[in-house]
Design a protein around this ligand. Structure first.
Ligand SMILES: Nc1ncnc2c1ncn2[C@@H]1O[C@H](COP(=O)(O)OP(=O)(O)OP(=O)(O)O)[C@@H](O)[C@H]1O
Ligand SMILES: [Mg+2]
Length: 219
């Protein structure tokens, strides 16, 4: 088995529509593109990742299974045994399901969008992650900015606002790109397309940053 730490990456944020599913699937696309055996656990009762896999024409490059129950952290080690990498696509809302996803993860990515609403909502996300860290002290977590629009004042303000939080922010941000929605609608990731180089590059940068960062823990 390859050294693939962090093995379990959770995309978790109680706020809806921030990009948990989009980033889960594209990170899964990246790791499977590398030749890893990847499992996506769809922990959302809406089943968006599962719907994605059924929209696809042909076999998926990674396995997607639905598990929207609050004991994921207990069942995951057995479910994950045959995989190199596991991505958890978390559910929105505040409940035991989110806590279970946090406890199941080695690395938590909290997607946030460049909007004041996301800045105001992030205190709750931070609190949930810190609560999980009291049970799992090797848990690592960081914000990732999604739907960034380059060179906007709001974009810069938001980055500054998140950087001022007592919580790490990934250096790699994901931009607003229609290709993410387009490829999701046909059950694909940007790694299935030949004309999505910029999107592939930013997902690759994000994935590499996750894999290589070891020091981002609560101080
Ligand atoms: N970087 C992006 N560029 C363009 N569109 C995006 C991007 N990220 C997400 N979207 C779009 O935003 C919408 C919400 O994204 P997504 O479903 O990934 O969020 P979510 O956090 O999983 O939502 P939920 O909380 O409902 O599960 C989708 O229509 C998706 O295609
Ligand atoms: Mg989702």
């Amino acid at each position: 088995m390859k050294n693939t730490h962090p093995k379990v990456i959770g995309l978790i944020q109680q706020k809806g529509g921030v990009g948990k599913t989009t980033l889960s699937l594209n990170l899964a696309g990246y790791f499977s593109h590398l030749g890893e055996r990847v499992l996506v656990v769809d922990a959302d009762p809406q089943g968006s990742s599962l719907a994605w896999s059924t929209a696809r024409d042909g076999a998926s490059p990674f396995m997607v299974i639905g598990k929207a129950v609050p004991n994921i952290h207990k069942d995951l080690p057995e479910m994950a045994a045959d995989y190199d990498r596991v991505i958890i696509d978390g559910a929105p809302g505040v409940n035991g399901l989110i806590r279970s996803c946090l406890l199941a993860s080695d690395f938590v990515l909290v997607p946030v969008q460049p909007s004041p609403f996301d800045i105001w909502a992030c205190a709750d996300a931070i609190e949930q992650v810190y609560e999980a860290m009291t049970f799992k002290d090797n848990l690592k977590a960081a914000f990732v900015i999604n739907r960034k629009i380059s060179n906007t004042v709001i974009g810069k303000k938001v980055f500054k606002a998140f950087s001022e939080q007592e919580f790490p922010v990934m250096e790699s941000a994901i931009h607003q790109r229609v290709i993410y929605a387009e490829c999701a609608s046909i059950g694909k990731t940007v790694f299935d397309l030949s004309d999505a180089k910029s999107a592939q590059l930013e997902i690759t940068r994000l994935a590499k940053e996750i894999v290589h960062q070891k020091e981002r823990v609560k101080t």
